[in-house]
Design a protein around this ligand. Structure first.
Ligand SMILES: [Zn+2]
Length: 334
């Protein structure tokens, strides 16, 4: 197969002899593929794509007018937290999208994962027709998305049996289904919020499996990720990922650094670091969100930057040794 004789083209005036053109179909297809790949490489280089870079996974708790601990944010602070991210070119993805490598954001943008722990009513309260109450986390996420084109209300809610303060099965279903229908991820934070480090394997599996089952019964979807209460891993860290009735793709910690990209060898699905959201004060002078976002801004070569194509993993060639082997078929070094 291969050589195609293409019809000769007659020049109108007859001043030149007709030239027979021969094209090898396979060579032609290969050349087109190479041209397409070269274009992708040029685009990746143009936006300085680095899909082996670090991703901030931010950890929120309550959003309340009068904070009681440094884990709480006021609605005003939370709005400012999101606006900073939107202005600096971050685009939210869920924890599940991150750990499974489905990071679909525009070229030149940076992924951020917004996570909410403990399923408090300050995160999600709906009125009788399903409209979020003013100043709840979901209401503020929607407001900011309306104000900043390109920003989107996307986040992961790590829930316990508190289920946003809802006690009847119907109300619990309304809350969780609203999250699901609005593109948010509902994930596992164990039933009773115990320290998993100090309990047996059977107890760990009961704590994780039971709330997982509740979520599945209410939403027809199994959680893909888990956040460990207090960031404490069980005696064997794999118990958080795999157990009776559950299989998680990522277990999230409670500190203190940006997370490695899922395509990087440094990524550990059983312990994905998160960053507490807080100004540079006291213990947070170096290891909370304001400090890390400043650091990522000053060190753009360390930050995950998308090439805009979720089917490729683009990065400067020099970083090649850090690519996880399982992603080599998608790799696009430049
Ligand atoms: Zn918690």
């Amino acid at each position: 197969m291969g050589l195609l004789a293409v019809a000769t083209i007659m020049a109108g005036c007859g001043s030149e002899p007709p030239q027979p053109v021969k094209v090898d179909a396979k060579v032609d297809a290969a050349a087109r593929l190479k041209a397409a790949k070269d274009a992708k490489i040029r685009n990746a280089a143009k936006v300085k794509a680095n899909e082996l870079g670090q991703i901030p996974v931010l950890m929120f708790h309550r959003v309340i007018p009068s904070p009681q601990t440094t884990d709480d944010r006021t609605p005003k602070q939370f709005r400012a937290d999101l606006e900073r991210l939107a202005k600096e070119g971050y685009v939210p993805v869920t924890a599940a999208e991150m750990v499974t490598g489905k990071i679909d954001i525009p070229a030149g943008k940076y992924p951020v994962v917004l996570t909410f722990d403990d399923s408090s009513p300050s995160q999600l309260t709906l009125n009788a027709v399903g409209v979020p109450q003013k100043d709840t986390a979901v209401a503020i996420m929607k407001e900011v998305a309306a104000k900043y084109p390109g920003w989107r209300p996307k986040a992961t809610f790590f829930v316990t049996r508190d289920l946003f303060g809802k006690t009847t099965t119907e109300e619990q279903a309304q809350a969780l289904l609203w999250l699901k229908d609005n593109g948010f991820e509902i994930a596992n934070h164990t039933r009773d919020h115990l320290n998993l480090r100090s309990i047996s394997q059977a107890q760990v599996e009961e704590q994780i499996g039971s709330i997982g089952k509740t979520i599945e019964q209410l939403t027809y979807t199994k959680p893909v990720t888990i956040a460990l209460p207090y960031g404490a891993q069980p005696k064997k860290k794999d118990w958080a990922l795999n157990g009776k009735g559950y299989k998680h793709k990522g277990a999230f910690l409670a500190g203190y650094t940006p997370a490695p990209a899922p395509f990087s060898k440094s990524f550990d699905a059983a312990g994905v670091p998160r960053i507490k959201v807080m100004e540079k004060k006291g213990d947070c002078a170096q290891f909370c969100s304001e400090a890390w976002l400043d650091w990522l801004k000053k060190n753009p070569d360390m930050r995950y930057t998308s090439d805009g194509d979720p089917k490729t993993v683009a990065y400067p060639k020099f970083k090649q040794p850090y690519l996880r082997k399982s992603f080599s078929a998608m790799s696009l070094p430049y």
